[in-house]
Design a protein around this ligand. Structure first.
Ligand SMILES: NC(=O)c1ccc[n+]([C@@H]2O[C@H](COP(=O)([O-])OP(=O)(O)OC[C@H]3O[C@@H](n4cnc5c(N)ncnc54)[C@H](O)[C@@H]3O)[C@@H](O)[C@H]2O)c1
Length: 386
């Protein structure tokens, strides 16, 4: 069992938790807490003492009070605020170009900083821009969705979309700090909370550290009541799991692919729905994880009891009760076709991560399914009732 022991007692009493990260010669910290934006000026002063200019890339849905707070906190710097509506169209090369030109026109140099305040879309877009301006200027991430706090802000993957697919243009670029303030989640919709929770659940399933056991007991309080201490702990544990894999395989050549558990199904479901709001990424991941688990049972990689245990957490938290409407028989082949085109495949077969038990998955590249077999199993994989 991997020991990711938490300073749980501390977590309950302290507001601020720090995870020290050491990846690809970058050392930085992830700070997790409630109402912790105040630490920003001090951190900037010590990490980037020569900074004069800061560009804030702000998600328009982040409540205005945070914009004013950040403006006040950073009043000693020359501040430029760029506000965007978050949608996948923002993640384009042409938007990166436009933003880069604006920032360059203000004479930013490598000592200056880009700060993203937003969900995964604003984060990916800003981080990629920071990674290419003058071959890399300082970047700080303040993720404002649960998904961004437990997933996209962690690990240094940046990127934008191409007409050929999602996230096909990008870089690996580490931030100076990640500041996770759970108070930013107050205004987040329930649907977006579930989206982030999907990745938390995934993290609890792919590494043995009692996280799943804990999550089973706390999910309702996290999702329904957004209890801050529990949210902080869930985020902390989640970041630790993600970092465990990232550190072992920064450039995603092997082990990091375990983080794709459920995602091959999910990406195909999203693609088949044209990435519309009908089904968001987290909902697709929740469905994908169930399908992957069911396939694991069919292939005798895991026991039915594991499946039942996971089903229970779905049922108790009403995670995907309305999913059936997304699956019409006539679309099954389209979804399978998207799976066959997944960028992680290296031959004609569909490469999948299966679940062996709670906390253990198959190794990347060791389980592949032909198109024919996938077509045979697909309707059964969707056959779960909640
Ligand atoms: N870089 C990575 O490793 C990585 C990992 C996972 C996902 N991603 C990317 O992340 C993106 C999805 O991120 P996401 O789920 O955060 O979606 P998102 O950025 O679209 O945010 C979801 C919604 O929440 C709104 N929002 C943001 N903060 C808010 C707040 N505090 N209060 C109210 N509303 C708020 C946004 O405006 C948006 O409408 C995708 O583009 C995906 O490709 C990247």
């Amino acid at each position: 069992m991997v020991d990711l022991k938490l300073p749980e007692r501390l977590l309950n009493y302290m507001n601020l938790n720090e995870i020290k990260v050491n990846i690809s010669e970058s050392n930085y910290s992830i700070f997790i807490g409630n109402k912790i934006l105040n630490i920003l000026p001090k951190k900037i002063k010590s990490l980037c003492p020569k900074t004069k200019k800061i560009a804030i890339i702000l998600d328009k849905k982040v409540p205005k009070k945070y914009k004013f707070k950040i403006k006040k906190l950073l009043k000693n710097y020359q501040l430029f605020i760029f506000e965007y509506s978050a949608n996948e169209k923002l993640k384009s090369f042409s938007n990166v170009n436009k933003l880069s030109e604006k920032i360059l026109s203000k004479n930013f140099n490598r000592n200056d900083i880009i700060i993203a305040v937003g969900g995964g879309i604003v984060g990916d877009f800003s981080a990629f821009t920071a990674s290419i301006i003058k071959r890399g200027i300082n970047f700080i991430n303040i993720p404002s969705t649960l998904l961004a706090q437990v997933d996209s802000s962690i690990g240094g993957k940046t990127g934008v979309n191409s007409i050929y697919g999602k996230n096909l243009i990008g870089s690996f670029y580490q931030p100076k700090i990640v500041l996770i303030d759970v108070s930013l989640l107050n205004s987040l919709s329930k649907r977006e909370m579930v989206c982030g929770y999907a990745e938390i659940l995934k993290h609890s399933l792919i590494l043995k550290n009692n996280f799943f056991k804990w999550l089973k007991l706390k999910s309702k309080k996290i999702l329904e009541y957004r209890e801050r201490n529990l949210l902080k702990q869930a985020i902390y544990r989640s970041c630790k799991v993600k970092l465990y894999f990232v550190k072992k395989d920064v450039k995603e050549k092997n082990l990091r692919m375990k983080l794709n558990f459920g995602h091959t199904f999910a990406h195909a479901i999203e693609a088949q729905n044209n990435y519309s709001h009908k089904i968001n990424h987290g909902e697709a991941v929740l469905i994908g994880m169930m399908m992957a688990t069911k396939l694991s049972v069919i292939k005798k990689v895991c026991s039915n009891n594991v499946m039942l245990e996971i089903s229970k957490i779905y049922r108790e938290n009403n995670l995907i009760s309305k999913f059936k409407k997304f699956f019409k028989k006539k679309n099954y082949n389209k979804i399978i076709h998207f799976m066959a085109n997944d960028k992680k495949n290296d031959d004609q077969k569909i490469n999948l991560i299966l679940l062996k038990s709670i906390g253990r998955t198959t190794n990347p590249g060791t389980f592949k399914l032909s198109l024919k077999e996938m077509k045979k199993h697909f309707p059964i994989l969707l056959n779960f009732n909640f």
